[in-house]
Ligand binder design. Structure first.
Ligand SMILES: *[C@@H]1O[C@H](CO)[C@@H](O)[C@H](O)[C@H]1NC(C)=O
Ligand SMILES: *[C@@H]1O[C@H](CO)[C@@H](O)[C@H](O)[C@H]1NC(C)=O
Ligand SMILES: *[C@@H]1O[C@H](CO)[C@@H](O)[C@H](O)[C@H]1NC(C)=O
Ligand SMILES: *[C@@H]1O[C@H](CO)[C@@H](O)[C@H](O)[C@H]1NC(C)=O
Length: 369
């Protein structure tokens, strides 16, 4: 029955899914009004619960009918119950001669920013500003007080001031160790999701890795994962490579492994399978031999481990030192035996180990040993 219906629809040239036009202008050029956002692409969007959606910026048309499309920084709220848009605030025309744009209380205009949220906090990170500048600033919007705050204001953290500027490299620190100074490199097109602990995840995008770019246009495809803790306002590098432009490493199909690597990419899509796993699909990125390919690879990411290696770094470091110590002592024993063996001079030296051999050479080491 259903297939017959679908066939009829196909003959009548209608689509098999029900679709309703809710609102918005049928015209191609549509400016913003107080109650409706203007035409745009590259928006940042966050769905708070079922009914509330927040939309920030993008590239498109402002409320000025005489202006050509530009980067926007207006904020909109979509009420899912009434299906209506509300302008939370208008954008401001960005004055690039004012370097410290942060001093004003709205993030500067941008598209392709990474937007995510938890509780009543929406976080906007980076994006692409005018003149193709990749951004790395973080802003917090409180949906209750309707106020924007920069990361420093919201969490009173000491940030590396250079990251207020576009085109800055990431400060990765150690895997799984959050600090006030860690910050992902400036980027556009990173993909985000929220885990069961209300940590915001950021993966990839196009921008800066650990290196200071030689010029503002030299960007790389990123493969790094970051977690942002909205309670303390700290970034934690939790996986992927510090280095950009990495090709994918596929390994065995369908098997979760630490040795596979999602290739560097921007503007991928991600959605949650459940609280422990996320799917990641496509994007524009590295296919193994070439950058900037349209990708259709699908990955599954185990996100149940949000603290990197799961072992505090000092503990890991301590174990490392103990093993290094044992290794050095063994080396010394072997070299000691070898050297004394040489000193006999009457036969070819041999590698020897073990208490029996050491006993054999005891007379050479001296009677006190
Ligand atoms: C959303 O719309 C519903 C139905 O019109 C209304 O009752 C509710 O107060 C609105 N919510 C907000 C946050 O404006
Ligand atoms: C701040 O960032 C710059 C450039 O990324 C880096 O050289 C410097 O070490 C950072 N400072 C701190 C305190 O992290
Ligand atoms: C990557 O894409 C290029 C261009 O489409 C193609 O020539 C190349 O074979 C691809 N590499 C792989 C590993 O698929
Ligand atoms: C995901 O990682 C957690 C923690 O290491 C592990 O317990 C779990 O088994 C993993 N999930 C799968 C499907 O392998």
């Amino acid at each position: 029955m259903k297939s017959m219906l679908v066939m009829c629809f196909a003959i009548l040239d209608v689509w098999a899914q029900e679709v309703a036009w809710i609102a918005g202008s049928p015209a191609s050029v549509s400016i913003s009004s107080k109650i409706y956002p203007g035409g745009r692409s590259g928006v940042g969007i966050w769905q708070e619960g079922i009914n509330n959606v927040w939309l920030f910026g993008g590239l498109g048309i402002s409320d000025n009918p005489f202006e050509s499309p530009r980067l926007l920084n207006d904020l909109w709220y979509f009420n899912g119950s009434s299906q209506t848009w509300h302008q939370v605030h208008q954008g401001a025309v960005f004055d690039s001669t004012v370097v410290e744009y942060r001093s004003s209380q709205i993030p500067r205009p941008r598209q392709l920013s990474a937007v995510c949220g938890a509780g009543n906090i929406m976080v906007v990170f980076g994006g692409l500003a005018e003149e193709d500048l990749a951004l790395g600033d973080l802003w917090v919007f409180d949906t209750v007080t309707k106020e924007w705050q920069s990361q420093e204001q919201a969490y009173n953290v000491q940030r590396n001031k250079s990251h207020i500027q576009p085109g800055q490299p990431g400060v990765y620190g150690h895997l799984g160790m959050p600090t006030d100074y860690n910050v992902p490199g400036c980027r556009k097109g990173g993909v985000t999701w929220t885990d069961a602990n209300n940590y915001l995840w950021l993966f990839g995008g196009e921008g800066c890795d650990t290196l200071t770019p030689s010029d503002t246009s030299s960007s790389v495809l990123l493969t790094d994962y970051w977690c942002y803790n909205t309670l303390i306002g700290r970034w934690e590098w939790i996986g992927g490579s510090k280095e950009g432009n990495k090709p994918p490493i596929f390994r065995q199909k369908g098997k979760l492994t630490y040795s596979a690597l999602i290739g560097g990419r921007t503007e991928a899509a991600a959605w949650k399978k459940n609280d422990n796993a996320v799917y990641l699909f496509g994007g524009m990125g590295h296919n193994g031999t070439q950058y900037y390919c349209y990708l259709n690879d699908l990955w599954l990411i185990n996100i149940s481990e949000t603290v990197g290696l799961g072992v505090p770094f000092p503990v890991l470091y301590g174990f490392g030192l103990v093993f290094l110590g044992i290794f050095l002592v063994l080396c010394l024993v072997v070299i000691g035996v070898y050297v004394y063996d040489c000193s006999k001079g009457n036969r070819t030296p041999e590698w020897r180990l073990g208490s029996r051999d050491i006993a054999r050479y005891r007379h050479l080491l001296g009677n006190d040993s």
